[in-house]
Ligand binder design. Structure first.
Ligand SMILES: Cc1cc2nc3c(=O)[nH]c(=O)nc-3n(C[C@H](O)[C@H](O)[C@H](O)COP(=O)(O)OP(=O)(O)OC[C@H]3O[C@@H](n4cnc5c(N)ncnc54)[C@H](O)[C@@H]3O)c2cc1C
Length: 338
């Protein structure tokens, strides 16, 4: 593996699997002799490659030649797995299911709505795509709980003003760097108590917030008592370019900023970067007036409502409130008691 073969790694993995190979050994080439002209991988790239090879494990048995740290990566990943890294542990992950169960609804996951059509009787036909093929649903009412840009696409053929207004709501992207530190080895003494801290842009640092997950969420502390889990967020509005950096670089940036804020915390035993592309709507000046124009336009579409973070608050509680209000409006207009 060299710089030049890096972009092909995923294709090579697919080929190895297709050919039914018993073992895939990634040779981290040491460029010497006739190979001296080849560009070697940087330490960060080697780290990414080793994680990639580890992730291939369930489908192809992998090993390395000259990839001395592969064993260490495998051990780190095994520690996380032992400590129940599976996200199902979090109560938040149970929320959508609990809501669906409590109201007897059928929840279709992995289903993308492609278009909405008005029916002759004034209802809606929903065209969706699933992994098994297209799906058509009939509905008396539709509530679009999707980001503003997705709602704009779906409303395009039906509302004159709302699509443009919805498209004008800008979105910020964020990368979340989640790190696990071994409690007995990390320098955590300097961490303030509490759930974390926010960093204003004037402070001149890349990390915009840090959440001490093990303090904030009892279930996480319980699931991994000998680890301290910490999450750093990167990517204020207008700083999307920072997210073009590779994962390893973002982890290093997060550690540097943490060091500056709370003192040396040491190296994490594992780190993962999760990117939330266009994850947070930004309320610009005039947002309230824009909302009023959106609502006015949508009022002309009986049986259609919008809700979610784009409207009256991005926090989960605010999103739930907009969902409840949208449901009440739909029932109200249909003359059904709420
Ligand atoms: C990194 C990060 C950290 C955050 N931390 C917190 C926090 O600690 N506390 C808090 O209260 N809030 C937090 N927020 C904010 C909060 O999580 C979000 O604002 C909220 O989850 C948005 O909910 P939503 O239902 O409006 O949109 P989303 O959660 O974005 O849901 C919209 C859904 O619509 C789906 N979708 C899009 N188009 C279609 C289509 N055509 N067909 C079908 N489905 C479609 C998407 O896949 C998505 O699942 C955080 C946000 C981010 C990004």
């Amino acid at each position: 593996m060299t710089r030049s073969s890096l972009p092909d790694l995923a294709d090579i993995a697919a080929l190895v699997k297709r050919e039914g190979a018993m073992l895939w050994s990634g040779f981290v080439l040491v460029p010497t002799g006739r190979g001296a002209g080849l560009e070697p991988l940087t330490p960060d790239e080697i780290e990414d490659v080793l994680h990639f090879l580890y992730d291939c494990g369930p489908v192809i048995a992998t090993t390395t030649t000259e990839g001395h740290h592969f064993r260490r990566v495998a051990l780190q990943r095994a520690i996380l797995a032992r400590h129940g890294e599976e996200p199902e542990l979090g109560p938040l992950y149970g929320l959508p299911l609990a809501v669906a169960q409590s109201c007897g609804a059928r929840a279709l996951t992995g289903t993308t709505v492609r278009a909405l059509e008005r029916t002759a009787s004034g209802g809606w036909r929903v065209q969706a795509a699933t992994a098994d093929g297209p799906l058509l649903l009939s509905a008396d009412a539709v509530i679009l709980a999707v980001p503003a840009f997705a709602a704009a696409d779906l409303l395009g053929p039906h509302a004159p003003a709302a699509p443009t207004e919805l498209s004008a709501i800008p979105y910020g992207s964020t990368a979340v760097v989640t790190m696990a530190f071994a409690r007995d080895r990390a320098g955590l003494a300097g961490l303030p108590s509490g759930n974390g801290f926010l960093v204003p842009p004037v402070d001149g640092h890349t990390v915009k917030a840090a959440t001490f997950l093990s303090n904030k969420w009892g279930w996480q502390a319980k699931a991994a008592p000998d680890l301290f889990l910490l999450r750093a967020s990167i990517g204020r509005a207008g700083e999307e370019h920072l997210l073009d950096r590779p994962d390893r670089h973002l982890v290093r940036t997060a550690l540097n900023d943490l060091h500056h804020a709370v003192g040396p915390v040491g190296e994490p035993v594992a780190a993962r970067v999760t990117r939330w592309d266009r994850g947070l709507p930004q309320y610009t000046v005039g947002h309230t007036a824009r909302l009023a124009r959106i609502r006015d336009d949508i009022a002309g579409l009986p049986g259609l409502e919008v809700c979610g973070a784009a409207y009256e608050g991005v926090g989960i509680a605010a999103c739930v409130a907009t969902g409840l209000a949208a449901a009440e409006r739909v029932l109200d207009r249909a003359g059904v008691p709420g």
